[in-house]
Design a protein around this ligand. Structure first.
Ligand code: SF4
Length: 470
């Protein structure tokens, strides 16, 4: 299995070419994204007034972000009242340090973890391993990736780039026994291996799909049940959440639960929805002795005051990835960051710096399919355009600058504009066939290498207008 992970400042175009040339990856992407896209449409269609519900969800998110300080303070108080501890992390390093301190104070040496993009964002596994704490991913897809030494390539289907055969190879190597490539055998092998880890672990680490300010409840949505084992078997539970995951009231939760499952997989509801309010109480049989909630900023507060605030409304359903014609061809690894697809093309440059990821805002056709699929109607194309503008302001390419200066001169002189159009028509007409140009010289060749370019119209708009008027 090829790993398409590119280092920071790496070659995005190279990673894209590699992905496009990988036939098994192309087949896996087509299969998964088609299935999930169809499920997404079916899921919305089966929901009465899905459009109104999506608008309602957006309003809740907008309201929460507008009063984020209030709701985070309320969440802090509610978690403490329920017997939990709240920690505030400025960035990934800070969050990792807090996790290690909790592990040290509670004498934890072995951790199990359920799927959490926030923990990927802060590179938690590397920090735990460096501190000598064994950590096991318990989501089956993540377990495969950990064994293969790879990063997730999709928000909800992290091992989408793997086939049944490659999973059997990875698990056979990892577990030291030959595992047949049937889904049943693979699931059985994963389950047996993971149960042993659950029994041993003294620390359980999860993300949080939502956190309810009113009650201090952390909500986990999974399909495998590993989240429940991660939060009930070990002595200590740490939940790590981005600060934008807070929602005001428990009554708001069903709005998001209905939409999240439908947008992600077309399910009416995910198989396991786990609500955790503080540690185990007296008389309860399940649950940890200690519950810690780490609230992560890592650039989110900065984004709050910018035109990109809407990106904080994301509930990480993955629907925009499945809908995106770019993601559907290149998969997640080519994007280079933790988050991929259309929302990743916004989050990665915002969190990690536009200078390190200048190409991501351009990895979109701006067709709007992402916004149409999004359960909270995030205007992704608009923000991608905003990032393109930002990137241009930060590091305008010399050639691009010259091209725009040249174009500016032409646009300021109508006679020159008309002359330029006439010249372009005169030069390009001989190259056109059936209204299309199959080859363009110079920089235009990049376009015609992969698709045709519309030939200039026989008459300009101005000529048509003049004819109409006469
Ligand atoms: S941007 Fe919308 S569609 Fe994409 S992952 Fe976030 S919530 Fe889902």
């Amino acid at each position: 299995m090829t790993d398409y992970a590119r280092e920071e400042h790496g070659d995005f175009s190279g990673a894209v070419s590699q992905a496009l040339a990988d036939a098994p990856l192309q087949a896996a992407l087509a299969r998964l994204t088609d299935t999930l896209m169809t499920a997404n449409r079916r899921g919305y269609a089966a929901l009465a007034d899905s459009d109104k519900l999506r608008t309602h969800a957006k309003r809740i998110k907008q309201h929460t972000l507008a009063h984020l300080d209030t709701y985070l303070a309320q969440l802090d108080e509610s978690v403490r009242l329920a017997g939990g501890h709240v920690h505030w992390a400025m960035d990934g390093e800070d969050a990792c340090r807090i996790v290690l301190e909790i592990a040290d104070q509670s004498n934890c040496r072995s951790a199990v973890k359920s799927k959490s993009m926030t923990s990927e964002e802060i590179h938690l596994n590397a920090a735990l391993e460096a501190a000598g704490i064994a950590v096991t991913e318990t989501d089956f897809g993540e377990f495969i990736l950990q064994a293969a030494g790879e990063r997730p390539s999709h928000l909800v289907a992290p091992a989408v780039h793997h086939t049944r055969e490659s999973i059997a190879r990875v698990l056979s190597d990892h577990l030291g026994q030959a595992i047949p490539d049937s889904p049943e055998s693979l699931a059985r092998a994963g389950r047996e291996a993971l149960r042993a880890h659950f029994r041993r672990a003294d620390l359980g680490i999860t993300g949080a799909n939502f956190a309810v300010a009113e009650t201090g409840t952390v909500v986990l949505v999974t399909n495998e049940g590993n989240g429940r084992l991660t939060t009930t078997c070990p002595r200590v539970h740490i939940a790590i959440m981005g600060m934008e995951k807070v929602i005001p009231r428990l009554v708001d939760l069903p709005v998001f639960l209905k939409l999240l499952a439908r947008a992600a997989t077309g399910q009416t509801l995910s198989v396991y929805t786990t609500l955790i309010t503080g540690p185990r109480r007296e008389g309860e049989v399940d649950g940890p002795d200690e519950f810690h909630l780490i609230v992560l900023d890592n650039g989110r507060a900065r984004i709050l005051g910018t035109p990109f605030r809407e990106s904080l409304e994301c509930i990480r359903c993955g629907a925009c990835l499945n809908a995106c014609p770019v993601y559907r061809r290149i998969g997640g690894h080519a994007y280079g960051g933790v988050y991929s697809g259309p929302i990743g093309s916004i989050l990665t440059p915002l969190y990690d710096g536009i200078r390190d990821y200048p190409q991501l805002p351009h990895a979109s056709s701006l067709c709007g399919a992402c916004q149409a699929a999004c359960p909270v109607k995030i205007n992704i194309p608009h923000m991608l355009l905003g990032l393109r503008e930002l990137e241009h302001r930060h590091q305008p390419a010399r050639l691009e600058r010259m091209a725009y200066a040249f174009w500016h001169q032409i646009l300021c002189r109508p006679w020159l504009y008309r002359l330029a159009l006439r010249l372009a028509r005169w030069m390009l007409r001989p190259l056109s066939r059936d209204g299309w140009l199959r080859w363009l010289p110079g920089p235009g060749s990049g376009w015609t290498r992969v698709r045709d370019f519309p030939a200039p119209a026989r008459k300009s708009f101005r000529q048509h207008w003049a004819e109409l008027e006469s």
